[in-house]
Design a protein. Structure first.
Length: 132
């Protein structure tokens, strides 16, 4: 388990300095979001924050409800970074559930994540269809 966490930390450093070819680690990192070790889940979410794409958001959205607040927060940061329009729908569905009474911080984190995605998408250039 320590080996996995160290490997994920190294991949994050490589991502930070712009090393190419890290895409092949996206799928294993998504799988590690379900690992029994909290540190491994945390490192996997942190790595996906830097190398993840919209394809990786379903397991990250699930990880936003991790029992560890640190993992949940890191997963939210990753979703904020790589989430898209469909993820806004998923987050709205999560927020509409009535299970948040005992977890107001979790609900607030999900709402912030949704708002950050919405802001990022509003700032991205729109593709204008070409006339035929």
């Amino acid at each position: 388990e320590l080996h996995i966490a160290k490997t994920l930390a190294l991949l994050q450093v490589l991502s930070d300095v712009g090393v190419k070819g890290l895409d092949r680690f996206r799928s294993p990192a998504c799988e590690l979001l379900a690992h029994k070790d909290r540190g491994t889940r945390l490192q996997a979410a942190a790595l996906l924050r830097f190398i993840g794409t919209a394809d990786d958001t379903p397991p990250l959205i699930a990880a936003m409800q991790d029992t560890s607040p640190l993992v949940a927060a890191q997963a939210a940061k990753a979703v904020s970074t790589c989430g898209g329009e469909r993820d806004l729908i998923a987050l709205d569905i999560l927020l509409s559930q009535s299970t948040w009474a005992n977890r107001p911080h979790s609900r607030d984190r999900i709402a912030r994540c949704r708002d950050e995605i919405r802001d990022r998408l509003d700032m991205s250039p729109r593709t204008i269809p070409r006339a035929k």
